[in-house]
Design a protein around this ligand. Structure first.
Ligand code: ATP
Ligand code: MG
Length: 536
């Protein structure tokens, strides 16, 4: 007697359909599960047997073999316990097999038969929809997640008895319906830009970064507001589209990090891992094959505070995913890809004591320590950072001023308007959400420059020996600035700012000073001039 029940196993952030075959044959009583890692199989077996018994079903005294196929997909966790239990009942002819074919099942069993939440219900629901199944039967605690998928019957179950009741028709469950318009809702009140006194250049730099999704590094003395401003970035970022929100929610679903009250992640993620982070913690993987901080920041912000304190290998591991927006991991028998389209926001002091080259302060660090500190942030990593800003201590009169600072809402509106232009620009490129993600082959098409802007770029590249990547990134940043200001093409003011934003580190203290090679030909700070009549 053979019965088949279908479930799903995770591959990256997607689920693939897994078949649980249960074979029941005459012979000495025996229960074996193959196709799961040994430990997981042993535990699942114990829970399935107890849950069935405590729900009132005695296992037939037969040889029961459960096979999870395909064998070459690594399967984790306890999500297969509900489908295995149902498969056993069907194989024992305690219920019909036919209704099982309409659904994908997932759920961990308690010894008493109650069903506990599992990770990855959203990908399971997406796989059910793609596979043409009528619906999914999942733990009640995860059902809201599954209900995000349109056109799918979601059956929430809290106990094995309820699952059997529905499938035998004795106690049909009420399917959970998808929210009318998931994805749009009030934003949580985040910390507001209005709290930040002064620092107009820093605010404009953040606005520019947010407008095009550019990576940014803030460097300056302690207490100058770097961390404070970075935490206000999510409040000025544009809302996620439904598809972006769904992708982010999938990542959090497989980490089991979704809150009860909120099935769809509406806020862009903001991840600020501590500098003791390991490379596996950053990119993901490990025995449980889970996404790391980079993927948890997908479509949002990865904030690396105190950048040079991070391990060197961790910073180097960042390079490829930052470029590609995805992480590829090779596991024993399969390759996994996790998405990570993030904005990198980094902050650092100019030296270990924090006051190197800071007016009014004396740096107490030996010269080689300053050099070592800067060297921890490698050239290739800096090459991927479009905007470098130096922060200065806020002056007393700014702190004491009675004037109101501009609120986050002001910046968000400008950012939204700039992103709207980008959405229109990239409407036929589904993977490109903002200027920073524009692939090189589209640069020529979209980065239209005034003759003066073009000349400026040419000069910057030849004078500073910029890499091809730097050239491309300057162009994209200039385009963002043009989008923010509503210029139809990249003007010389846009290009000047983009070049200055990029060159600050090479020109200023970050690398050049410690090597005694300052470039006097460049201005002291980016030209944050805006159009006449603009508020800034
Ligand atoms: N521009 C500002 N306006 C108002 N308060 C500020 C400003 N800058 C700093 N502060 C106050 O100083 C505190 C410390 O700022 P913050 O932690 O952002 O500094 P930091 O530059 O990150 O310093 P460190 O280099 O030590 O990490 C903030 O919590 C805030 O109370
Ligand atoms: Mg800080």
């Amino acid at each position: 007697m053979l019965a088949r029940v279908r479930s799903g196993a995770l591959m990256g952030i997607d689920a693939v359909v897994v078949e649980c075959e249960v074979d029941m044959a005459l012979g000495l009583p025996y229960f074996n599960v193959v196709g799961l890692p040994e430990g997981a199989a042993r535990e699942s077996k114990v829970r399935v047997v107890s849950a069935l018994k405590n729900t009132g079903f005695d296992l037939p005294q037969k040889r029961i073999t459960v096979n999870l196929a395909p064998a070459d997909i690594r399967k984790e966790g306890a999500a297969f316990e509900l489908p295995i239990a149902l498969g056993v009942l069907a194989a024992a002819r305690l219920m019909e097999e036919e209704p099982l074919g309409h659904y994908l099942f997932g759920g961990e069993l308690s010894l008493d038969g109650s069903i506990k939440p599992i990770k990855g219900v959203l990908p399971l629901a997406v796989a059910a929809r793609a596979g043409g199944f009528r619906g999914v039967m999942v733990p009640a605690a995860n059902a809201a997640e599954a209900a995000l998928v349109e056109g799918l019957q979601v059956l929430p179950v809290a106990h094995l008895r309820e699952a059997v009741g529905h499938l035998t028709g004795s106690a049909p469950l009420t399917p959970l319906m998808r929210e009318a318009t998931p994805g749009v809702g009030p934003r949580k009140a985040a910390a507001d830009m209005a709290d930040v006194r002064g620092q107009p250049e820093l605010k404009l730099a953040l606005e520019l970064a947010a407008a095009g999704g550019h990576n940014i590094l803030m460097a300056g003395p302690p207490g100058s507001g770097k961390t404070m401003l970075a935490r206000r970035l999510p409040g000025i970022l544009p809302e996620m589209t439904f598809n972006e929100a769904l992708e982010v929610t999938k990542v959090y679903s497989i980490q089991g990090l979704l809150g009860d009250e909120q099935a769809l992640m509406r806020e862009r993620p903001f991840r600020a891992p501590h500098h003791t982070l390991s490379d596996a913690g950053l990119v993901g993987g490990g025995p449980a094959a889970r996404p790391g901080e980079l993927s948890l920041a997908h479509h949002g912000v990865l904030f690396l505070d105190e950048l040079p304190e991070f391990r060197k290998n961790v910073l180097e591991v960042l390079r490829q995913p930052l470029e590609e927006g995805a992480i590829h991991l090779a596991r024993a028998s399969q390759h996994i890809t996790y998405p990570c389209r993030v904005m990198l926001v980094a902050a650092m002091n100019p030296c270990p004591c924090g006051y190197f080259n800071v007016p009014g302060h004396k740096c107490t660090c030996a010269e080689h320590r300053v050099f070592d500190y800067h060297a921890r942030v490698s050239g290739p990593l800096l090459d991927r950072i479009d905007i470098t800003v130096q922060t200065r201590a806020v002056e007393y009169h700014q702190l004491a001023a009675k004037t109101q600072e501009l609120p986050s809402q002001y910046y968000r509106q400008r950012v939204e308007a700039a992103r709207e232009r980008q959405r229109a620009r990239f409407h036929d490129a589904p993977d490109v959400h903002c200027n920073a993600q524009m692939p090189s082959h589209l640069l020529r098409r979209y980065c239209v420059m005034s003759p003066r802007a073009e000349k400026m770029l040419e000069l910057a590249v030849s004078r500073h020996g910029l890499s091809a990547r730097a050239h491309d990134r300057i162009l994209k940043l200039a385009l963002t600035r043009a989008d923010l200001e509503g210029h139809g093409r990249i003007e010389d003011v846009d290009m000047q700012l983009a070049v200055d934003c990029r060159m600050l580190d090479r020109r200023g203290w970050l690398h050049a000073n410690t090597q005694g090679a300052t470039d006097a030909s460049r201005p002291a700070s980016p030209s944050w001039k805006t159009d006449p009549g603009d508020k800034h």
